[in-house]
Design a protein around this ligand. Structure first.
Ligand code: PFF
Length: 461
């Protein structure tokens, strides 16, 4: 059983894999649109504070719990914090399961847009295609949605099947440098556009008078999502970590890369959007569609070298999503390996197939399928996809995050957490005390604020 768990091959391999988990649709799709929705500048600043004060201490907590126990979410929490904490581990596994089920659908869209843009680049952009038509046609096509999600699920299963070192780490080693390279190309191209100055001003000039009441809480909720914390993914990745790695330094690297990429993606998208007359109004009406509705056409009409960059960009989105979906499937798979003594291959197939059943429900949410398209549990949320997304973002992630902060801050002994966070030959008490203060008081207070806001009706999905 132990041999099925695996280990990272190197420190750099782990950092790349964890960064791959963090960088995903959250950075390329969600961060730009919620930043737009919350008027930029001040929101970005609040987001950075949330990342540093809440997300980062929680990531360290998850990694230390995982590494100490060398177990996945359920066993790790149980062993480190006490028997009953295993329940929150199960909650985390369920959260990863559900998030993966609909995240795969959006990831599948990136495959479609890759194929489309590759065809346009070869054969020319179709004359007279109205904005939004393509998107609506593809989400409304049930068969297409099933094929795309199945393709993406199979890719995820294939990577996890090969295990921690030969699957997850190997993919991250190859794909992340490519991803950084493509983003750099796009950034250079975007900075040359007329709207880039306005984009930078929008992102970096903070005007607190424009900040809305719910913005701080959206920033906090998104910081969890973006750093992949709150559902045990980092506990699981930490459980394959050797004692030679510094958790503090690794966390700093992962957080810096994840946040940097979210900001670079926003600079790129906003530069394009601000360069086109009338586009700010169009995006303003529906910022959620920035990535899949506004952007595709603009590659062909506005972006320098857009013909080359468009397919590269959508393959980048797909790769970024894949390095995240594998971490979600790994949470479920490692639970089956550790708690139910399944072999990796069997555990991967079983978890992948079970998640796919729910992916089918999410994939059919947009095509007028009875029940799935009309389900209405929460106000203003229609269909299976929106309902599950709302439940995961508003209920599961904040409660999972709160459980991890409380477990690490108050129930894991200080001897353990100090031993994991402070490198052997350094005193490091100050650094440890700062972490302890944040994990015991600041992070739980902030997460509680989210939960109270949710109870009062704020929506983070
Ligand atoms: N961090 C990923 C993103 O930004 O898209 C989403 C995610 C992946 C969340 C894995 C949680 C997780 F365990």
């Amino acid at each position: 059983m132990q041999s099925d768990r695996g280990h990272w091959g190197s420190n750099a391999g782990f950092i790349l894999a964890a960064t791959g988990s963090a960088i995903g649709l959250g950075n390329l799709w969600r961060f730009p649109y919620i930043t737009w929705d919350n008027n930029g500048g001040a929101f970005v600043l609040v987001y950075l504070v949330c990342i540093l004060a809440v997300g980062m201490p929680i990531m360290m907590a998850e990694l230390l719990i995982g590494r100490r126990t060398q177990k996945s979410t359920v066993g790790a929490l149980r062993e480190c914090a006490g028997r009953w904490w295993g329940v929150f581990g199960v909650w985390g596994v369920l959260c990863a399961f559900l998030l993966l089920s609909y995240y795969t659908v959006i990831a599948g869209w990136s495959l479609y847009y890759f194929a489309r843009t590759a065809a346009w680049s070869a054969g020319g952009y179709p004359v007279g295609l109205a904005t939004g038509d393509l998107f609506n046609a593809q989400v409304g096509n049930a068969g297409l949605q099933l094929v795309l999600s199945l393709g993406f699920s199979l890719a995820t299963i294939a990577v996890v099947w090969f295990g921690v070192r030969d699957g997850i780490e190997r993919l991250a080693r190859v794909s992340l440098p490519i991803l950084f390279g493509i983003l750099l190309l796009l950034l250079v191209s975007a900075l040359g556009m007329s709207g880039s100055g306005q984009a930078l001003g929008f992102l970096f000039q903070a005007s607190f008078s424009e900040l809305e009441a719910g913005s701080a809480l959206s920033a906090l909720g998104h910081s969890f999502f973006s750093l992949s914390v709150g559902m045990g993914a980092m506990i699981t990745y930490g459980s394959y970590l050797s004692r030679k790695q510094s958790i503090v330094k690794a966390t700093a690297a992962i957080v810096a890369l994840d946040t940097g990429i979210a900001i670079v993606a926003s600079i790129i998208m906003f530069s394009v959007i601000f360069s086109v007359a009338g586009m700010t109004e169009q995006v303003g009406a529906s910022p959620v569609g920035m990535l899949f509705i506004s952007l595709p056409e603009l590659f062909y009409t506005e972006v320098p070298f857009g013909v080359l960059l468009a397919p590269l960009f959508y393959i980048l989105v797909a790769v970024a999503a894949l390095t995240s979906t594998i971490s979600l499937l790994e949470v479920v798979t490692s639970y089956l390996i550790d708690e139910h003594a399944l072999q990796r291959h069997r555990a991967t197939l079983l978890s992948g197939a079970a998640v796919f059943v729910f992916t089918i429900f999410a994939a059919l949410s947009f095509s007028g399928t009875p029940f799935l398209s009309s389900l209405a549990v929460f106000a203003n949320k229609t269909g299976w996809f929106e309902t599950v997304d709302h439940f995961v973002s508003n209920v599961m992630l904040p409660t999972g995050g709160l459980a991890v902060t409380l477990a690490a801050g108050w129930f894991v002994s200080r001897r353990i957490s100090h031993g994991e966070l402070v490198d052997g030959n350094q005193p490091g008490w100050f650094r440890y005390a700062v972490w302890l203060g944040f994990i015991r008081f600041v992070a739980p207070a902030a997460v509680l604020a989210i939960i109270i806001a949710v109870l009062l009706g704020t929506d983070f999905s």
